[in-house]
Design a protein around this ligand. Structure first.
Ligand SMILES: [Zn+2]
Ligand SMILES: [Zn+2]
Length: 366
């Protein structure tokens, strides 16, 4: 599965960066990585462009902040952009994809020469909701088991009250440079110091609860606000609710992948809801009124005389609300005319009379 890097990380700006800061960061990086330049890199250049495309647009940026990469697209929920199936197991909640996601998000200290504080893993959990909950939105409590910041030392790794000393490995810089011999010659790589995890300091006395790691395995409860109009396969990003990195730093994000339970009465087509109404051939011929289930409850639908099977009736505004506050779609009812399979002798007689009568008038002629 291809998980994209965080757009803010790509541009090296904070989540609260102003439009001006984003623009400046983009220009600098675009120049640095331009493929025409010596040492430029086409894929990196494209990645930077993609991140800027989203972050420069306030609406796309807001979508991205709330829903992650899926939210940055024009149609924020255009199908499951995230591959993988977090629902493969038996229990949906608490499913931990960190091992897969880890390799993309700061898991490798020598990957891509990331600076700044360490970042915790992103996690992914599945959440099953009802059809109507997807339509109207819902708040759900979930529990996630993850590496959280140690509550005793607040994730710092030092026993509260104890002093800290400068890391001797990196001399307080938080970074180390390694020279590796490869078949292409010596390659110099700079990465986060393995001894102090980039902090530049080492506690004199490690935390007695987490033994200096700064993390604690814990099951935590969260309330997920599912907005109205979501669909099966959509992902909600909860920024900073992922795992804490060892030795302090920025927490990863938690991705909640939604699965919407099917409802045997309804089908969904974007913001429209489809259903069927069965009527008898007599009702179809004479006209009738039927009670139709909608997500708002029962609605009476008038079927005019002479309705053909397959005819669609529209209940305006009874569909699914568009995300970002767009108005609701429609509920489309398709009529299914049922032909009786068992007739009493009286009914048969009447229908034969009807046929004889219609024959004269050419009713059955095509
Ligand atoms: Zn601790
Ligand atoms: Zn160090």
């Amino acid at each position: 599965m291809a998980t994209k890097r965080d757009y803010y990380d790509i541009l090296g700006v904070s989540k609260s960066a102003t439009a001006e800061e984003i623009k400046r960061a983009y220009r600098k990086l675009a120049m640095e990585h331009h493929p025409d330049r010596h040492g430029g890199d086409d894929s990196q250049f494209k990645e930077i462009g993609e991140a800027y495309e989203v972050l420069k647009d306030p609406q796309k940026r807001a979508g991205y902040d709330q829903f992650g990469h899926a939210g940055a697209q024009d149609n924020p929920f255009g199908g499951g952009a995230q591959g993988g199936n977090p629902f493969g197991g038996q229990g949906f909640e608490g499913f931990d994809f960190s091992d897969i996601l880890n390799q993309f998000m700061g898991g490798n200290p020598f990957g891509g020469g990331q600076r700044g504080p360490a970042r915790g893993r992103d996690l992914e959990v599945g959440l099953v909701i009802e059809f109507s909950e997807a339509v109207f939105g819902v708040e759900k409590d979930i529990s996630v088991t993850l590496d959280d910041a140690c509550s005793h030392c607040k994730g710092e790794g030092a026993e509260p009250g104890s002093s800290v000393k400068t890391c001797s490995t990196c001399k307080g810089r938080g970074q180390v440079t390694r020279v590796q011999q490869t078949i292409l010659g010596a390659i110099q790589q700079t990465g986060v110091c393995p001894d102090c995890q980039g902090r530049g300091k080492i506690p004199e006395k490690p935390c007695t609860v987490c033994r200096g790691t700064g993390i604690e395995r814990r099951t935590k409860s969260l309330t997920v606000k599912v907005p109205a109009g979501v669909d099966d396969g959509n992902t909600i990003r909860l920024t900073g609710q992922g795992a804490a990195p060892k030795g302090g730093g920025v927490k990863g994000d938690l991705y909640v992948q939604l699965r919407v339970k099917p409802d045997r009465r309804f089908e969904r087509d974007g913001t429209d809801i489809l259903s069927e109404a069965k009527i008898s051939m007599v009702e179809a011929a004479l006209g009738t009124e039927v009670e139709v289930d909608t997500v708002d409850g029962k609605v009476t639908l008038k079927i005019p005389a002479g309705t053909q099977s397959g005819k669609m009736f529209k209940l305006s505004g009874r569909g699914v609300p568009g995300l970002q506050g767009r108005s609701r779609g429609d509920h489309l009812v398709s009529v299914v005319v049922e032909t009786p399979t068992k007739l009493s002798s009286k009914q048969r007689e009447l229908l034969e009379q009807f046929a004889a009568d219609s024959g004269k008038k050419g009713f059955f002629r095509r």
